[in-house]
Design a protein around this ligand. Structure first.
Ligand SMILES: [Zn+2]
Length: 125
C-alpha cells in the first residue's frame, strides 16, 4: 500500500526533527502538502499514520492535509494547464502529451505545530 510507505518516510522525517530539538516538544498537528498526482488519499494517509504511530511519541497527532492541484506546463503553448486526473493527461489546446509537471507530485511537511511544556492556564471563578 502506497500510503504505508509514504507514512514511514514522513514519520522518520518528523522523528529526526523532533530528536534534534533541544527540548522535545509535544507535537499537536503536522501540516502536510500533498499533491493530487501522488494519488494519496488524505483519509488513508491519516489512517496509516494512526496505525504506525500507536504507542510512539506521535500517537494522537493530527495530520492537516492540504492538497495541491496537478499543474503541467505545455512547452508548445508556453502555458500552464490543469490536466484532468485519471482522464486526460495532455494539453487542452494542442493535445501535446503531458511531460512537464509543475506541481501536484509533492508530499512534504509544511509545518509542525507543537506546544512547549506549558503551564495550565489558571482558572478563575
Ligand atoms: Zn499545448
Amino acid at each position: 500500500m502506497h500510503e504505508t510507505d509514504m507514512t514511514k518516510a514522513l514519520i522518520l522525517t518528523v522523528k529526526d526533527w523532533w530528536e534534534s530539538q533541544p527540548q522535545q516538544p509535544q507535537i499537536e498537528t503536522i501540516h502536510l502538502i500533498v499533491g493530487q498526482f501522488t494519488c494519496v488519499e488524505p483519509a488513508s494517509l491519516q489512517f496509516a499514520f494512526n496505525v504506525q504511530t500507536r504507542n510512539t511519541f506521535l500517537e494522537g497527532v493530527k495530520l492537516a492535509i492540504r492538497e495541491t492541484p496537478l499543474v503541467a506546463f505545455c512547452h508548445t503553448c508556453q502555458e500552464e494547464y490543469k490536466p484532468e486526473i485519471g482522464q486526460h493527461y495532455a494539453c487542452p489546446s494542442c493535445q501535446a502529451p503531458m511531460e512537464d509537471i509543475r506541481s501536484g507530485r509533492e508530499l512534504k511537511i509544511d509545518r509542525i505545530e507543537y506546544s512547549q511544556a506549558e503551564l495550565e492556564p489558571s482558572v478563575t471563578n
